[in-house]
Unconditional design. Sequence first.
Length: 453
Amino acid sequence: VSYTLYMLYLPTEYPRRRISWQSNCGSLLYVIALSTSILYMTEIIGSIYLSTLYVELGRDNVMYALTLFATGLIGAAIRPLAGKTVDKLGPEKVLQATLEDIAVIIYTSGTTGKPKGVMLSYKNVFSNIVNIAKLVSLSHKDRFIVYLPMFHTFTLTATVLLPLYIGAPIVVIKSIFPFSNILKQVLLKRVTIFMGVPEVYNALSKAKLPWYFMWFNKLRAFVSGGAPLPEVTLKKMREKFPKVPLLEGYGLSEASPVVSFNRLEKQKPLSVGLPLPDYDVKIVNDELIEVPTGEVGEIIVKGDNIMKGYYKNPEATEQTIINGWLLTGDLGYIDEEGFLYIVDRKKDLIISKGINIYPREIEEEIAKHPAVEAVAIVGKKDEIHGEIPVAFIQLKEDEELTVSELKSFLKDKLANYKIPKHFYFLEELPKNATGKVLKRVLREKLNKGEFDS
């Protein structure tokens, strides 16, 4: 008996409602769970309406499970949750995959709506890995560290599959907390390539590092992805690690994910670098006509890295891929040297009295205040202006800040119409598993009046 098995990784960091929804959407036949997640999975069994088999995978087989996930094949002797031994699950005859076959279905972060299943083929994934390997001088002597969730497309491609492709060791850390353990392992395991998201570099830039770490670490590059890197964080990192470049890149799940990044030989502050050599990147207006150099528009991408489509969602696929071009939904511009700059998400753009207001510009300035830990700017519906900018702020521990103090701080930095009309101080901003702020959640609550009390 032969089976074609599509494997969907559902991390227990996800809310139970999301796991149930993705399970039903994905038409799962089998669920392979680690022993530590069996109880978690049985709690949602009532909301999964498909034929599902739960099996326990022992601790010694964790690395084998990762291999199965990466290759899309399964054929091992495992033990079901019910206790009845299954000698073999999977194909008796291993089928040879082609480059066009689906290698993995990665679900989007859901920051702007319900998560969508991104179908990536083997060609998509290999195209991304090969292009990165072409541009960066990597070898089997490098050492990568993995501490972010492996279900995130940036982590999976750049810190798991890329080192496997070049034969480089991977240092796997169970959790990002405590952060001191990551630094300890970087030093002890002689890590050379450190990849992370902006929140990690924000913490690293503020951390008090011992002198021996600065003297004896083997780091030769930091790479940032997953979200825009604040200017203040970039500046602090360069001051703390003057000999280790911080290379910011840009990508999205639908592009496998890397589209562009700064090179070791040349970087530009606030830029996400040059597109990978085999990919085409354009900036277009709402009519999909290319705009002049330096003008802001939507970023569109074409190449072998573009997904096959959204799983069971042809309508969304047709809206996102037009004539082979992926509409990213991100606003940006390209300078005269071809470097790409991200301005904001198209859906986050605030239009007030016909004037475009880019939330990221405001966030960058507020983040420079020494009392601010994190900030998010969203648009609120307004009868007179159409929309007005509103700020949600998370202060650093033991710090205090008033609205009037913050307005005074911004007075000389932003035009009056860009200064938020309302400020809300929250203990913590809502974020997903990779630290990206969920602006959709804030926007929905704001327009429902939940912050008006």
